[in-house]
Ligand binder design. Structure first.
Ligand SMILES: *Cc1c(COP(=O)(O)O)cnc(C)c1O
Length: 380
């Protein structure tokens, strides 16, 4: 079975060398030498400053909200509101709710699939504290418009960059926009450390606050400075990260071959995500937008018969999840699918991510390409 993604396994010998060193040093976690080395190497590779490694991409979001001071809203009983996209992985919005904030969904641009800045302004209330957009499938959000809006309205901007590893925009790291950007290094992501994540802060003082927070707020042997949690990356995670980073070019080249083969065969036959001008390609995902949900279900079934597991990223559109809605409304059996959300709902119902990972051969995907193109011709 060809799955939608497959974790990247680096050279065993390289990993063993790092593990041997861990056993010699007997240092397993708490800001160890491999965690420090990975921090430096990622800053260089990504072209960013103020990078903090954490134990996963969801905690990266939670810590970023906390470090930027948006999670708590002094003097107000109602939760702070954060404007975000409904077309994303659940963690973008659930991490807000988990931190006691209210995600407020505004619609996406149906071409780029990222939050449409034109919809943000109307959603701002006196309780709005931040904007949390997503560089979905590694495409660049309209970072200029969103950063400018955040600045003008006094809102923090936190980009969920879980799909944007290595992505650049107009020659600069896409992760250097906003007050903070987060990454996920989960096993299924383009770059991984088994589990893991990172936050890239604009300001050094926010990085320093976050660094204390991820170790219980402890700053010295008998000093607990503030409320914290445990979000540290351990040495085995860092070792895997270093090995995967050593082979990142091979990984990207292999993905690029498949990505371009899909693009060449499908462009003109099926709707693809429109990449923003100036946005690089990182070959993280290959989504296709079909004519309707029934076409999608048919294509999925036929793919499965041929041994392909495509996945419906991202479905459902998150505004439909009642547990993310306002507590008061939960009891009113209110329909959360606000009429403001149209494109996200529509796209979520008919988008499919095709198998893409390093090591997948172009010859292996040809049957999948044929099924998608064939179904399109029939529907037309
Ligand atoms: C994977 C992902 C996350 C969560 O990352 P974890 O490391 O799995 O906790 C958050 N946001 C998006 C958009 C993701 O794809």
């Amino acid at each position: 079975m060809i799955t939608v993604t497959r974790p990247y396994f680096p050279e065993r010998q390289n990993f063993d060398r790092y593990v041997d060193a861990i056993f010699e040093r007997r240092w397993l976690t708490n800001h160890g030498p491999l965690e420090q080395e990975l921090t430096k190497r990622l800053e260089t590779y990504l072209g960013v400053k103020n990078l903090l490694l954490v134990s996963n991409g969801t905690l990266a979001l939670q810590i970023a909200y906390r470090a930027l001071g948006i999670a708590r809203m002094p003097g107000l009983y109602e939760p702070a509101e954060v404007i975000t996209t409904p077309f994303t992985f659940i963690a973008t919005a659930s991490s807000l709710k988990w931190e006691g904030m209210q995600p407020v969904f505004t619609d996406i641009d149906p071409a780029t699939l990222c939050l449409d800045p034109a919809n943000i302004d109307a959603a701002i209330t006196p309780r709005t504290r931040a904007i949390a957009p997503v560089h979905v499938f590694g495409n660049a959000c309209d970072v200029e418009a969103i950063d400018a809006l955040g600045e003008a309205r006094g809102l923090k901007v936190i980009y969920d960059g879980a799909h944007a590893f290595g992505a650049t925009y107009r020659g600069r790291s896409l992760l250097s926009y906003g007050d903070a950007s987060t990454l996920s290094f989960h096993a299924t992501k383009l770059f991984h450390s088994i589990e893991g994540g990172a936050i890239i802060f604009k300001r050094k003082e926010d990085l320093e606050r976050a660094r204390k927070m991820i170790n219980f707020g402890i700053t010295g042997p008998e000093c607990i400075e503030e409320l914290g949690i445990n979000a540290k990356m351990n040495e085995f995670q860092a070792a895997m990260g270093l090995c995967v980073l050593d082979e990142i070019e091979v990984n990207l080249e292999s993905r690029a071959l498949v990505w371009h083969a899909y693009a060449q065969a499908l462009r003109g036959n099926v709707q693809l995500q429109t990449r923003r001008i100036g946005a690089s390609l990182n070959y993280a995902y290959f989504p296709v937008i079909l004519e309707s949900e029934s076409v999608l279900l048919d294509v999925m079934q036929r793919l499965e018969q041929e041994g392909f597991m495509a996945r419906r990223y991202f479905c459902p559109s998150l505004e439909s999840l009642a547990f993310l809605g306002r507590p008061a409304a939960e009891h009113q059996e209110e329909d959360f699918s606000t009429p403001r959300i149209f494109h996200s709902k529509d796209i979520a119902s008919r988008i499919l991510c095709l198998p893409l990972y390093a090591g997948l051969e172009v010859s292996e995907i040809l049957a999948a390409v044929r099924i998608v193109v064939d179904r399109h011709v029939k529907a037309a």
